[in-house]
Design a protein around this ligand. Structure first.
Ligand SMILES: Nc1ncnc2c1ncn2[C@@H]1O[C@H](COP(=O)(O)OP(=O)(O)OP(=O)(O)O)[C@@H](O)[C@H]1O
Ligand SMILES: [Mg+2]
Length: 310
């Protein structure tokens, strides 16, 4: 749906975006991650036809953004970092205004407004002036203005910045819902947001793409040894020895052993080995009561920090 090829944007000496290439497919929710100043906003401004690149090109649905700028804009809904709103208008008038600018036929205004108000949860504020709204509601109106023309692609630059946890959760679930039908690019540096909503992650640092994959892929490729946390109950004293004898176990660390038989371990295993089944069988053979067993994952935050700090 979106194809970015060798995109570069320089400001004087500064390469804000440096030879970036990636594709986004229809139905993807792409998390575009990077630290402050990494080049996220610059990249999406080029995709949305707000900025010309220094070199390279972008296609949206097969259309080049320079040669077919107007057609491309019709296909895209864009929520910039600061939602573009007229604070003296009320929500309804503003939505109608954006619809007319976006070329939605007048006879469809009523139906489309109803749909958008429903999707973005604006029913309670529809008659209120935008300037009076709380930040969360303004952000929702920003999202609504991006969607009035029912675009195939939605590009959202930090859509949840400044929102309270309830509103964040609502906007995230809204993005997830929208992602079922649309192609979404979500710029953010909030990692739980990406984990909660995105099927794919692109990490940009100093203008260059440094990682591309699903959150799970990134986590597993940056995970060194596999770690398993184990909690069991037994009075037998040979648990560490028996665990250490399992194939692919490299280190057994006993975290806790209390008088009532509760024992906690961290097992370090060979890379790529999943020992949970074998541990389960060992526990059954020895009559250990297995209370908890889980794989410890490198968090997306660790991956992000590894890739974006020198
Ligand atoms: N108009 C401009 N003139 C000069 N430099 C600019 C301009 N716009 C952006 N930059 C620089 O380009 C780099 C990338 O900025 P950009 O806004 O794309 O980062 P970002 O990843 O969106 O960061 P943030 O997370 O802080 O929003 C920064 O170093 C920024 O200072
Ligand atoms: Mg930005």
């Amino acid at each position: 749906m979106i194809r970015v090829k060798n995109l570069t944007k320089t400001y004087g000496q500064l390469k804000a975006v440096d030879d970036v290439s990636f594709d986004v497919h229809t139905g993807d929710i792409l998390g575009f991650l990077g630290p402050n100043g990494a080049g996220k906003t610059t990249t999406v401004r080029i995709i949305t036809c707000f900025l010309p690149p220094t070199s390279g090109w972008v296609e949206v649905d097969g259309l080049n953004v320079f040669d077919h700028s107007l057609e491309v804009r019709k296909k895209i809904g864009y929520l910039p970092e600061n939602a573009p709103l007229y604070s003296e208008m009320n929500v309804l008038d503003f939505l109608h205004f954006v619809m007319s600018v976006r070329g939605v036929p007048k006879e469809r205004f009523g139906k489309r407004t109803k749909e958008i108000v429903e999707i973005c949860g604006l029913g309670s504020v529809i008659q209120r002036s935008i300037g009076e709204l709380s930040k969360g509601f303004r952000q929702r109106v920003g999202l609504a203005q991006a969607m009035v023309h029912d675009p195939e692609v939605l590009i959202l630059d930090e859509p949840t910045s400044g929102l309270d946890p309830n509103q964040i959760a609502e906007i995230r679930s809204l993005i997830k819902k929208l992602g079922k039908e649309k192609t979404v690019i979500l710029c953010t540096h909030i990692l739980p947001e990406v984990e909660a909503t995105c099927g794919r992650v692109l990490i940009i640092n100093e203008g260059k793409i440094v990682a591309d994959g699903s959150p799970e892929e990134l986590q597993s490729s940056f995970r060194g040894k596999e770690q398993i946390y184990l909690e069991l109950k037994t009075s037998s004293v040979d648990v560490p020895t028996k665990l250490a004898n399992l194939e692919n176990v490299e280190k057994v660390e006993e975290i806790q052993s209390s008088g009532d038989g509760l024992k906690k371990f961290n097992l370090q295993c060979a890379k790529g080995a999943d020992l949970r089944e074998n541990i389960f069988r060992l526990a059954v053979e020895n009559n250990w009561v297995l209370l908890e067993m889980r794989k410890q994952q490198a968090s997306l935050e660790e991956v992000f920090r590894q890739l974006t700090t020198s």
